[in-house]
Structures are given as C-alpha cells and as structure tokens.
Write a protein that binds this ligand. Sequence first.
Ligand code: XBP
Ligand code: MG
Length: 253
Amino acid sequence: MSALRALLFDVDGTLADTERDGHRVAFNAAFAEAGLDWHWTAAFYGELLAVAGGKERIRYYLERYNTSFQAPGDLDGFVAELHAAKTRIYTQMLENGEIPLRPGVERLLQEARQQNLRLAIATTTTPVNVLALLEHSLAPDAAAWFDVIAAGDMVPAKKPAPDIYHYALRELGVRPEDCLAFEDSEHGLRAALGAGIRTIVTVNDYTYNHDFSGAELVLDQLGEPGRPFAVLQGDAHGAEYVNLELLRRIHGG
Ligand code: XBP
Ligand code: MG
C-alpha cells in the first residue's frame, strides 16, 4: 500500500493559462523585434502546440510552414537567439503580473504544504519562466515551496517523453506510485503516465478535445469552494473542488 507523498505539477496550461496570451504574444513580439514578418495567430499557435518546447516549435514552424525562409548563418544559433529574446519578453510579462494562476492552484499548493506533502514541477518550459511565474503570480518565495523544479532542457527529450517526470522522481527520491501529477494536455498526460504517475487533468481552450485516456480525472479546472469544477471524465466522488481529501481518495493512500 503506497501513501500519497508528492504532487508533481506541469506549468503551462496547468498552473496558469500561459500559452495563447503569454508565450504566443512573446513569440510574436520577438519576431517583430528581429524584423521578421512572422505572426502566429491564436488558432495557428494551437497547431504549433503539437510540438513541445519553444525552440523546437520555431524549427517545426520553419520546417513545416515557412520552408522558403533562409536563416542568416547557422539555424541552431538563429533559433536559440530568437528564443532567448522571446524568453526575455515573456519573463517581463510575468514580472508585470500579466499571467494569473488558474483557480484552485494556490489553495491546493498551500494545503499540500500544510500537510507536508512534497511538491515538484515537471515542465517543458524554460526554467527562468517557471521562477518568474512562481515569484510574480504566486509568492516571492514560492520557488522554495518546491523540492524539485524540473524544466526545459534539463532532459534530452521533452514531453510526451517521460524524461522530465523521471528526472523529477529521481530528484525527489520517491516512487511513482507515491505521487499524483497534474497536467493540461495529451502530451503532458502521456509523459506522466509514461513515468508511471497517476494523473489529474485540467483542460483549457487548446486541450479540451485531446485524448485523456488513462487519466484518473479530467476537469475544467481545480475548482474553489463555491466555484465547483465540471467533471469531463472519471469519478470525483461527489467533490466540487480538488483538495487533499479528494486526492487521497483518488490515490487510495
Ligand atoms: C509547455 C511547452 C513550452 C511552452 C513554451 O510546457 O511546451 O514549450 O509552450 O515555453 P508545459 P518555452 O506544458 O510542459 O509546462 O518557449 O520556454 O519552451
Ligand atoms: Mg502543459
């Protein structure tokens, strides 16, 4: 019998709705700053989200949608420089408080801390983006709430590969069966399940129609007292928002 010991959180789309009005806006601003006439609309960006990782997403865009573009010098260096500019712009947006946490996230994190559960991040995004979101949208010291912040290029293969979750489990020193993961997308769910971690999904506008087979529960959000979630898949045992009681019921530990 395993006990619930740790919660592992994805970032983009899970802790906060960061993609359409955050990352996408930063990408477009970086393109304009570089003198490029590229503009990723909200709908087109949804197509590009098929690829995890900002640098990988730029290359995917060039290889599939902008094959005529001739990068100055070496492509890797060009993409890395463009992505660094995007990250600078994105972290500035976070520092300006432009991206709030999703409902229930702060409440659940605080409850987990009060009950001495370990907390970890397992994300594809760049580490500085995580630190900026935690500091400016959660609390100045929030990075210290997490025993592990596993992010971006720390692992060779990004989601849906399970690498980032394996890394987080290793660093936490816990077994997958002692954990629950929180994700927003099919890529993320596949990554967590690939590492053997049972997973709860909160969907968003880009992911509501993804295949969430294997998830313990699929919700529209974590919910708050008086602001119940909607259950899209699975059994919420009559609960109206995600708290430790529901998580222990789902986990069985
Ligand atoms: C989502 C991603 C990231 C972000 C962009 O990560 O795939 O690539 O879209 O961030 P997750 P970067 O859902 O795993 O948090 O440009 O820093 O990659
Ligand atoms: Mg995500």
